[in-house]
Ligand binder design. Structure first.
Ligand code: PXG
Length: 463
């Protein structure tokens, strides 16, 4: 254990947190009773909590700390930028040096003719921009009826009213009057849970063709865009069958539907290429970015759009923007993050070194008696926990096994999240081979302990 930073005792911090801080996606009363975990600092892939525990962060924060914690270069750039120009806006015919440099760099990295960036403070804001931008685009092209955006059940696109509507999380729609009008959801390409007797490729094709069916039912003249994550993240790291994305691309091309790839998680190296769209072989018209753009060191997001969309939107005033669109400090930090990703060959590290090694170790977890499938692309992986290894049938009560497993991970100083009964990882991209060994050893131990606990509670079924 390392030294504890000088701060109030944990219990006092917990009491203050409970008294005044409302947490996202949390039952705050329950958390107040249990006591929150307090993270005090971090370095590389390790977090330190207020009790001095060192915890391996296999989630890179919230899927975002791609270059790992504690990079002084980013702190220095932020301090320098704060001294020079801490804030200025990009409205009213002004701009500044960091946002120019960052937009140029993003245009260079993004594939095809995605050469223009509209900045936001987060992924949610960027997806709200996308909703307004694609509808405005069609309106400017003389097709104002094209306003429906098709998305997917169990997608995650953010938590604001617009982006939460795009998302397909029913628990979110149940609160606060979502979704907004003209958002339509189709089914997801989640073969393990929903594929029944079909083989995965046949299923992938069928789920993609739901898009075509929806376009035909709603009317081509009503549909503006289709939005999807190249690989669903918050939904449980769901890697679609290989047949899925080519068919989606074909349908978008055929009906001239704009394709929005939500790259908030997949972008900036997570899947072994700069963008998940490259890994999945798609050509989006718009990409949503956030998270890995700054490795989470500063809040920044944006929409990267094609030459054609930028030309149409640029012809008249687009009545949209945020105080912090292209914030100079966030832009400078993001630029430095991209420099590190590029100069240190982090994306190649994922593709050629750490990714293939982790894939082998992760898929080997499939041998564990509690694991039904273990899948991974680049540095985002998931395993399905099952009560009986010989079938894909889920636990009778969804989420208990996942919760127990997550608790066992914490007890073994490993952050691994659960989505229902899927365990997911998304470690910092700079993770080394040795660190992968430590991560896998802790995951295996947590799985063993979870298995024993479920056995004790009679939650496993034997055939
Ligand atoms: N799109 C995708 C694909 C995301 O994963 C957002 C948009 C929204 O970004 P902001 O920056 O507004 O949060 C996200 C965010 C989880 C979890 O529990 C995932 C996200 C956010 C919070 C929790 O996995 N992803």
């Amino acid at each position: 254990m390392s030294a504890i930073t000088n701060h109030l005792p944990t219990a006092e911090l917990q009491a203050l947190d409970a008294a005044h801080h409302m947490h996202p996606f949390t039952t705050n009363d329950e958390l107040a009773e249990k006591g929150v975990r307090i993270i005090t600092r971090a370095s590389g892939i390790y977090l330190t909590d207020s009790e001095g525990n060192e915890i391996l962060d296999a989630m890179a924060g919230l899927w975002c700390v791609n270059i790992g914690y504690g990079r002084d270069e980013l702190a220095e750039v932020a301090a320098r930028q704060m001294r020079e120009l801490p804030y200025y806006n990009t409205f009213f015919m002004t701009t500044h040096v960091p946002v120019i440099a960052l937009a140029k760099k993003i245009a260079e990295l993004a594939p095809g003719d995605l050469n223009h960036v509209f900045f936001a403070g987060s992924g949610s804001e960027a997806n709200d921009t996308n909703i307004r931008m694609v509808r405005h685009y069609w309106s400017e092209k003389g097709k104002p009826t094209k306003s429906i955006i098709i998305s997917r059940n169990n997608a995650y696109h953010g938590s604001s009213v617009g982006s939460g509507s795009l998302g397909g999380m029913s628990a979110m729609h149940a609160q606060g009057g979502l979704p907004i009008p003209d958002i339509h959801h189709i089914e997801q390409p989640y073969w393990w849970a929903e594929g029944g007797d079909m083989d995965p490729e046949e299923f992938g094709l069928q789920r993609a063709q739901e898009l075509e069916k929806a376009i035909l039912e709603l009317g081509e003249d009503r549909v503006a865009a289709f939005i999807a994550e190249p690989v669903q993240g918050a939904g449980g790291v769901i890697i679609p069958p290989a047949s899925y994305w080519p068919e989606i691309q074909r349908i978008c091309d055929k009906y001239e539907i704009l394709l929005i790839a939500d790259e908030v998680i997949c972008g900036f190296g997570r899947t072994g290429n700069w963008f998940g769209s490259e890994t999945m072989g798609i050509r989006p018209d718009i990409m949503t970015i956030a998270k890995g753009l700054s490795s989470g060191y500063a809040p920044i997001g944006g929409s990267i759009v094609s030459d054609e969309i930028a030309a149409v939107i640029g012809a008249s005033e687009f009545n949209h923007g945020y105080t912090y669109s292209g914030h100079p400090v966030a832009a400078a930090v993001a630029l430095e993050n991209l420099r590190i990703l590029e100069e240190e060959g982090v994306v190649a590290h994922v593709r050629d070194v750490a990714g293939p090694y982790l894939k082998e170790k992760w898929e080997a977890l499939g041998d564990h008696p509690l694991v039904g499938e273990a899948r991974i692309v680049g540095m985002m992986g998931s395993i399905a926990l099952v009560p009986n290894k010989n079938s894909r049938a889920p636990f009778a009560e969804a989420g208990t096994a996942g919760f127990v497993c997550r608790e066992r991970c914490f007890a073994n100083n490993l952050v691994m999240r659960h989505v229902g009964d899927r365990m997911i990882i998304s470690p910092p991209l700079v993770i080394t081979i040795e660190e992968i060994d430590v991560m896998i050893a802790r995951a295996r131990k947590a799985l063993d302990e979870c298995y024993a606990e479920l056995q004790k509670r009679n939650l496993l079924s034997v055939d």
